[in-house]
Design a protein. Structure first.
Length: 213
């Protein structure tokens, strides 16, 4: 980007792989607006929002958890989110944010449908995803059921493929608790949920995709 600091301010940008400079005055703005909501609205409420936006010359697109869940059915997930059900709020926030940033994930609310065989679906996700996000908490450590099986499966895959797959998110825990659960986890760089949802998801997105959101 370059700026011509004259009375008539000029701003131009060159995009990667394009030899030409383009001024901001030459760029046509989009009238499309995206509204992301964690709360479901009725069809009537969405229609009212879209009408209000249309009256101001905008094309409004409403995105809710239902949209994220439906879209994930047709996308190959890049990351598996393993969590204890008592940490559902945190896992859901991570899943929704990554989905919005075009990083599809395997998350039970999105990926499991009525009639699915639970074990087969989970194992398929663990086998195919590039990474596994572990929401580590005292709840996770105390869970001897599915989270323990998921943890064992992903570490077995790490040994088989000889590459790092685990992305730990620490939620209110200290390194002593991590060591008690699995000493090898301390050798894996994680991120604390205390850094905030946006920063945690930004780092996860980059670790999964290699790109910045």
């Amino acid at each position: 980007m370059k700026v011509d600091n004259q009375p008539d301010l000029g701003v131009a940008a060159k995009f990667f792989g394009d030899p030409d400079w383009t001024t901001f005055s030459e760029m046509k703005g989009s009238t499309r607006l995206f509204v992301y909501s964690e709360t479901e609205l009725t069809i009537e409420q969405v229609a009212e929002l879209k009408l209000a936006a249309r009256n101001k010359g905008h094309d409004l697109q409403f995105r809710s958890p239902v949209h994220a869940a439906e879209r994930s059915r047709f996308e190959k997930p890049l990351a598996f989110i393993s969590h204890d059900s008592r940490d559902k709020q945190i896992a859901r926030a991570i899943a929704l944010k990554l989905q919005r940033w075009m990083c599809p994930v395997w998350y039970d609310e999105f990926s499991l449908k009525v009639g699915d065989k639970l074990r087969e679906s989970i194992e398929a996700g663990l086998k195919t995803c590039k990474k596994c996000v572990l929401v580590l908490s005292q709840n996770f450590f105390a869970n001897g059921g599915w989270t323990k099986r998921e943890f064992d499966s992903i570490f077995t895959r790490e040994i088989l493929e000889q590459r790092r797959l685990v992305l730990p998110v620490w939620v209110g825990i200290q390194k002593e608790a991590v060591f008690e659960y699995s000493p090898s986890l301390l050798d894996v760089k994680g991120i604390s949920w205390e850094m905030g949802e946006d920063e945690v998801c930004r780092q996860l997105h980059q670790a999964i995709t290699g790109d910045k959101p």
